[in-house]
Design a protein around this ligand. Structure first.
Ligand code: HEM
Length: 210
């Protein structure tokens, strides 16, 4: 492939940031499912012993939150909803048939929903997680508050797992997307097809710098 066909989408620090978040997510999701469903109790052993999983789960959760916050400040302005996103959402049936709709910028409406869904659910998980964190914080809260926090934590966790499953499916489904987060680049054909406005903006910047 010619060098000019490759477009940088993520720098190395951005990719490290993403994969730290993703690995923390896998750790907390797997250990959390292990705590929650008796039929999944065996998942607690994936990281050594159930005791170790129980100790590390909240720390990994806090690390995931902090890592995602860095991503949040990097990308929030690319995830603001525009008029083209409404068009995209109304034509979701065409998107499902692999057609493109609207003048999509750096991210499409589906990606924006994942982004805002993730920050909302991570906030709920952090706050409820602190309330139920024994032995450090839970003793400071009354039992009804701990019960409510357990409910919120469980629902937010299941919702985040579903959101991330959609995110992974979309990343694998749209051919050429995985290299963006693994090696940092996409092809110009990919950019023109899936994110035409982002591609034009890059071309404009490039011609201004020449
Ligand atoms: C575990 C497996 C995961 C895979 C295979 C994966 C894959 C990817 C890929 C390929 C991209 C680039 C998409 C593009 O630029 O068009 C991406 C972007 C992104 N990922 Fe992941 N990801 C995973 C987990 C996560 C998790 C756990 C989170 C957050 C909790 C997350 C949050 C994001 C965000 C915020 C972006 C930037 C897109 C945006 O701002 O809308 N990812 N991911």
């Amino acid at each position: 492939m010619k060098k000019e066909d490759k477009i940088i989408r993520y720098t190395a620090p951005e990719r490290i940031n993403h994969w730290v978040t993703a690995f923390c997510f896998l750790f907390v999701a797997i250990s959390g499912l292990g705590f929650f469903f008796p039929s999944f109790n065996w998942l607690m052993n994936i990281f050594g012993t159930p005791q170790l999983a129980r100790i590390l789960h909240p720390f990994a959760g806090v690390l995931m939150f902090c890592s995602f916050i860095l991503m949040f400040f990097r990308y929030w302005h690319h995830n603001l909803v525009t008029r083209d996103d409404i068009l995209w959402a109304k034509n979701i049936h065409k998107i499902a048939q692999n057609q493109e709709v609207g003048d999509t910028g750096r991210y499409n409406f589906g990606q924006k929903c994942v982004f805002w869904g993730a920050i909302l659910l991570l906030l709920l998980l952090l706050v409820s997680g602190v309330v139920i964190w024994r032995p450090w914080f839970a003793p400071y809260f009354p039992v009804p508050v701990i019960r409510l926090a357990l409910l919120v934590h469980s629902f937010a966790a299941v919702a985040l797992i579903v959101v991330i499953m959609v995110h992974i499916y979309a990343a694998l489904w749209v051919k050429g997307t995985i290299t963006a987060m693994v090696e940092g680049w996409v092809t110009s054909t990919w950019a023109k097809k899936h994110h035409p406005r982002w591609y034009r903006e890059l071309q404009q910047k490039r011609s201004q710098n020449e």
